[in-house]
Ligand binder design. Structure first.
Ligand code: MG
Length: 170
């Protein structure tokens, strides 16, 4: 059995990852409404990845004989007025998620739960990539967003993103 505090934090993370999925679906929905289908596609796939993360946390708890409680998912409440808004909100959100993962890691480290630390290693690395991707999108938008033709190209590029299942298998 896992340490009670560690299990509780992992259970909270299930909810946080589903919230991430919900938030990115909201971004996707916003962009599609604005006619930027490619940005919409990028965030729709991001939402699928977040759902995968939630499922991995759930699976890990189940594999360790822990009870999983599914709580209500918060309503996405980021104000989306301009094309750049989801990009900035997404980057800020990923930084928060990195902090959450680190908090679980610290709790596991404190009780010498090396198995959970090893499980979380994948997420620590993943968060580095998520932050880099989110920052990269902001940079590209700042460079090209004000030129309609360049924005069209960027939208096409983001429209080419395809879903792939997470590399972590439990
Ligand atoms: Mg995630």
């Amino acid at each position: 059995m896992l340490n009670e505090k560690v299990a509780e934090l992992l259970n909270i993370q299930v909810n946080k990852e589903f919230y991430s999925a919900y938030l990115y679906l909201d971004f996707s929905n916003y962009y599609i409404g604005q006619g930027l289908e490619g940005f919409g596609n990028w965030y729709k796939i991001q939402a699928q990845e977040e759902r995968d993360h939630a499922m991995l946390f759930m699976q890990y708890l189940q594999n360790n004989g822990c009870k999983v409680t599914l709580e209500a998912i918060d309503k996405p409440d980021k104000e989306l007025k301009e094309f750049a808004d989801p990009l900035h909100a997404g980057y800020e959100h990923e930084q928060v998620v990195t902090g959450l993962i680190h908090t679980i890691y610290e709790a596991a480290h404190e009780v010498k739960d090396f198995r959970t630390m090893q499980f979380l290693d994948w997420f620590v690395k993943e968060q580095g990539e998520e932050e880099a991707n989110a920052e990269g999108l902001i940079r590209k938008y700042e460079l090209f967003g004000s030129d309609p033709r360049a924005l069209y190209m960027l939208d096409s590029e983001l429209g080419a993103r395809v879903y792939s299942a997470p590399s972590l298998v439990l």
